[in-house]
Write a protein that binds this ligand. Sequence first.
Ligand code: DON
Length: 561
Amino acid sequence: MPLLIVMLVFLLSASSYSCKNTQKSYVTTKSTISQSGGLATAHPLATEVGIQILRDGGNAVDAAIAVHFALAVVYPSAGNIGGGGFMMYRDKEGGMYALDFREKAPKLATQDMYLDDNQNVIPGLSTKGSLAVGVPGAVAGMEAAYERFSQLKDWNKLLEPAITLARNGFYLTALQAEKLNKKKSTFVEINPAIESPFTNSKSYVEGDLFVQKDLAKTLTAIQNSMSEGFYQGEVADKLVAQMKERGGLITHDDLQAYEAIWRDPITFMYKEYTVHSMPPPSSGGILLAQLFNGVEAHDFKGFHSTEDMHRIIEVESRSYADRAHFIGDQDFYSIPVRELTSKSYMAERMSDYDENNATLPDSTSHGNIESEETTHFSIVDQAGGAVALTTTLNGSYGSSLIANGGYLLNNEMDDFSSKVGHPNLYGLVGAEANKIEPEKRMLSSMTPTIVEKDGQLYMVLGTPGGSTIITSVFQACINVMEYGMSMNDAIQSCRFHHQWKPSEVFYEEDCLNPSIIKNLQSMGHTMKSRSPIGRMEGILVTKDGYEIAADKRGDNHAIGY
Ligand code: DON
């Protein structure tokens, strides 16, 4: 292409994104109907990036790649290149694919790396700083998705919006400014003497321009050399040097050995629906099957009725007990997937169900639910291809360690079981199946999910929320399938959660009827209100078109086209 045309194309593509970026505040749409598809993501600018790719002829996978990189810029608390995640893809012919780009333990990791001499867990070691970091999978994941399914076949174009947003900056939302300010002292503690927009002394307010020049350079290296630009060369050298200097374990060998993996989705029937979700190392698909199987025989009485909530709580509790015992990375540990997901297993598991009383384990302590952050987006393209993708750094801003390339590194190592029975950041306990081993993937709850009805695309959804992800996805599905809600109502309505240990039912503050709370308490449930649960993005196929909905709990934004 002659130089002039190259420059013109660059300027046009750059200006179309920077022009979207002249607004200092954002108006978000929580629900929209569209005839030909669309998407919902956690940030308005990422949603804009995705719709532009779809309009330019990209398919859902192209849009997902561009959105994933854009979120690494405009949603740095969870969007990432230094983390990992999972993607479910249904192509327009109905082929179903699951991509695993979960982080891995470094080769030098050991089972007791977070324990002191007395075998006690050292607080903070698996959550903050260099030792908390798993080998990132995001860039390899995006490349794998691109190589197999891109329609545009234009990697440069998919990276360009993210690079522009990092280089020119974007305006912070009020929520983002607040979160960055709250985290400032941790950033400074973990990254002494680093100059970055995360550590500077400025107190942010809504509308401040957030510029990430170093990140723009790293993204440009990825644009130029695809995953080699991240796992090899200068970006990799810098990360390995930083790890050495800061007592981390990741080596060049780890980076070069990282591979994203296509896996067989977990697929099961619930009544007239076929549900497809993520297999291990996510527990999402297996638990979702257990949850659905556990309520299939139940006669639903009504949304948030005592009877339905009691049943769901009891099913959730039993399923999470199984999660702690049976599930880990299937490349390292044999998981009885067929048994766990069978209808007969769950029928047996519910045989001691008492419709009048809670049958819950002894209480145990739980982790900190304040700093959770992951992000999910759902996309449907014009041809009916669909992507559900959940990606994370684990905690909010991950390990808080800023790589020398200007991107944040995950603290996903905390998703391993540091010690049998010791609760992680989300209060989840684990044992042998999820112990730390070199090159193993840590167990996840991320549950990107695609549902079919009569063989046709029906629903695309997922959410952040740590351990609450699986129960949130389940409840949103039930809201649609059993209570006849719209996607928007299913997403915005109140959620509750039980995860076996601690022996408590968490529910979102001020949203349950006090009489239902009383009823459940009198049955023996310990009820505990908490901050909002998850931030879901969902798409439902309706007779009027695609209903695209974005969670009211954040800056989430839905667009159709
Ligand atoms: O993979 C997991 O299950 C966790 N690392 C996800 C963390 C998360 O969802 C935090 N979010 N709000």
